[in-house]
Design a protein around this ligand. Structure first.
Ligand code: PLP
Length: 261
């Protein structure tokens, strides 16, 4: 009998430097014993410092790849990262409808190096059509503020995103100026969030957000509860960041706990 590991469908951009995007998804899934099915939404030109350019893949290419996989495979969860253009949303929404599994959306809006990756029309379409189908949204603080403009603070941003349809929100604080710890807040419904605090590591990383979202999505694909996936996904990501390594002159990328590049 051939064994069949849990499957995670990843819809993400490709980062040729290997720190973020679909390659981060594959590593995080593999470390959780999950096989990643990979459909690339956008190609990028980037290095370990910043993104220079993003090319969206044609919606028809996404649709054909997704259909081929869903015709053949029983997936356990979907992870969505960088999107190339609003026209990619209809095939993605159809895939979510068809698969009927948990969806983790990492709303990649801006590179850590500062480049804007997504324009206003895509942000608006994402909020309108994709957000209500998302099981867990994983913005960093800056992304939460951009997705929920006008909110007084991060609690207000999360409340707005829940009201707009996200089932749950994990706002990460790696980009916030808390010197000792990184504070991540998990909002499962309106009201008090659950706070997770992790020791702040002495670096800023390239690909941390993608890695965390995939680590959580892989655990959901394994059938774990959201509470377990959110906590264990963060713990594993912290370990991956603790063994980060450099590939260029910019920010280090998450490593593989237990060895190997
Ligand atoms: N490139 C791709 C394809 C991504 O998905 C992301 C982030 O998720 C980035 C670049 C930017 O990563 P970072 O902000 O960690 O540098």
């Amino acid at each position: 009998m051939v064994s069949k590991p849990p499957l995670l469908l990843c819809l993400s951009g490709h980062d040729p430097s290997g720190g973020a995007g679909i390659l981060a998804d594959v590593r995080a899934a593999a470390a959780a014993g999950v096989h990643a099915l990979t459909v690339i939404t956008a190609l990028t030109a980037q290095d370990s410092r910043n993104v220079r350019r993003v090319w969206a893949l044609a919606p028809l290419l996404l649709e054909e790849q997704i259909d081929a996989l869903l015709d053949d495979c029983r997936i356990g969860a979907i992870k969505i990262g960088l999107l190339g253009e609003a026209a990619q949303l209809p095939p993605i929404l159809r895939a979510i409808e068809r698969a009927g599994v948990p969806v983790v959306l990492d709303p990649v809006l801006r590179a850590g190096g500062g480049a804007d990756l997504v324009g206003a029309p895509l942000v608006a379409a994402l909020l309108e059509t994709l957000l209500p189908r998302v099981s867990l949204l994983t913005p960093n603080a800056a992304e939460a503020r951009r997705l929920a403009p006008g909110a007084a603070d991060l609690d207000g941003c999360a409340a707005q995103l829940l009201r707009r349809g996200a089932a749950q929100v994990l706002v990460t604080g790696g980009d916030e100026p808390t010197p000792e710890t990184v504070q991540n807040r998990w909002y499962a419904a309106e009201g008090a969030p659950r706070l997770f605090e992790w020791p702040r590591l002495p670096a800023s990383f390239h690909g941390a957000g993608c890695t965390l979202a995939s680590a959580i999505a892989a655990r959901l694909a394994r059938g774990e509860s959201m509470a377990t996936a959110v906590e264990d996904g963060q713990r594993w990501t912290q370990q991956a960041l603790a063994c980060a390594y450099g590939v260029g002159h910019g920010r280090p990328i998450p490593g593989t706990p237990g060895g190997g590049a």
